[in-house]
Design a protein around this ligand. Structure first.
Ligand SMILES: NC(=O)c1ccc[n+]([C@@H]2O[C@H](COP(=O)([O-])OP(=O)(O)OC[C@H]3O[C@@H](n4cnc5c(N)ncnc54)[C@H](OP(=O)(O)O)[C@@H]3O)[C@@H](O)[C@H]2O)c1
Length: 326
């Protein structure tokens, strides 16, 4: 009988034999992601736990025939789960993977693999400047950006809190409220991503506003146009949000002031407004410009990071406030 490692390697080889498939290993978490063009059609957690994305019709049929399990977090995105513990499981799972591959390979919006990491300027990789890179969302942004092939500069106050090592990762110590330090550090970057957040949400602070002001001015001086920042869904109108806004009114005031700065400095900005952030293990999301997605009460930090990177890579949601949710 084959070991789980042998089964894993066989599975990977089988997937990589499919036309136009590329693999990206997520740094730091045990996950192999497989893409056809720019679309991730499946990923493997650890050894043998395969999450495979199908068309809605295929998903329905596969679940009805009991050929796979319902995915725990993102069944609405078409995902099913298939666990490989034996050679028989391997054949059954490869059948599902082929089904998924066929569906996504035929989609018109799938870019050729060589463009998948590109910024649509024919440039292969982006140079991203990440503020708040030691935070829980910031770490996800760094990991996923590296996994997507980008170069990352993590601009942090405590470099010792970045344990990740990667040839494409530069860690710079600096003050996120200092325009001159930011300007010097962000020269020649394609985009700035900020996942800053106060460590003490109930304490009055102008940290987000001050950092946004320094960042926007630094970007204008350094000639960097694209900015994606993290805000909060509580700014959308609605009763539950109003309650949350009151409880965290100091933080909300600061984050709204940050949004105003971001919008008024001539940059190509996107403001991501998620609801409650979780540490769940999925990176798909729903997004809606100018409003919160319906019935979206939480979203994982992984999904927020994926949204922010997608917005940059695909040049989407420029000068828009976007609600995101699970
Ligand atoms: N938590 C939620 O449910 C929720 C919901 C909606 C929106 N959000 C928003 O999402 C954002 C990020 O959340 P998160 O949970 O990923 O945050 P987090 O884990 O608390 O990370 C916060 C980041 O901001 C940095 N930071 C804080 N104060 C700083 C300062 N004075 N100077 C420089 N860096 C500073 C931290 O650096 P150090 O590591 O050095 O401290 C860290 O990198 C927050 O702005 C929050 O408003 C959160």
């Amino acid at each position: 009988m084959k070991s789980s490692d042998e089964l894993h390697q066989e599975l990977r080889k089988g997937i990589l034999r499919l036309p136009r498939v590329t693999e990206r290993q997520h740094a730091g978490i045990h996950e192999d992601a497989f893409f056809v063009g720019s679309t991730m059609f499946m990923h493997i957690h650890g050894r043998g736990h395969c999450d495979i994305r199908l068309s809605k019709a295929d998903q329905k049929q596969v679940l009805a025939a009991d050929k796979a399990k319902r995915h725990r977090w993102a069944p609405q995105a078409g995902y099913v789960t298939s666990i490989v513990k034996s050679e028989a499981d391997l054949d059954r799972t490869m059948e599902l993977i082929q089904m998924s591959h066929q569906h996504f390979a035929n989609k018109r919006d799938v870019l050729p693999a060589e463009q998948a990491n590109g910024n649509n300027h024919g440039q292969l990789h982006l140079k991203l400047f990440v503020i708040g890179a030691t935070g829980r969302t910031g770490q996800e942004i760094v990991q996923q950006a590296l996994a997507r092939g980008h170069h990352v500069t993590a601009f942090v106050r405590s470099p010792e809190n970045i344990r990740l090592k990667n040839d494409r990762l530069t860690v710079l110590k600096g003050n996120a409220m200092d325009e001159n330090e930011l300007r010097d550090a962000m020269q020649n970057h394609d985009a700035v991503v900020s996942a800053l957040g106060p460590r003490k949400v109930f304490k009055p602070s102008s940290m987000l506003h001050d950092s946004a002001l320094a960042t926007a001015r630094a970007m204008n001086r350094a000639g960097v146009k694209r900015l994606v920042v993290l805000s909060a869904a509580a700014h959308f109108p609605g009763i539950p949000n109003r309650v949350a806004s009151f409880i965290m009114r100091n933080h909300m005031r600061d984050s709204l002031a940050m949004e105003e700065i971001v919008q008024s400095n001539g940059l190509d900005w996107t403001i991501a407004r998620p609801p409650r952030l979780t540490q769940e293990d999925y990176s798909t999301y729903r997004s809606r410009e100018g409003a919160a997605p319906k019935m979206g009460f939480t979203v994982s930090r992984k999904a927020v990071a994926a949204f922010m990177l997608d917005a940059i890579e695909q040049k989407k949601h420029v000068r828009k406030i976007v609600g995101i949710a699970k």
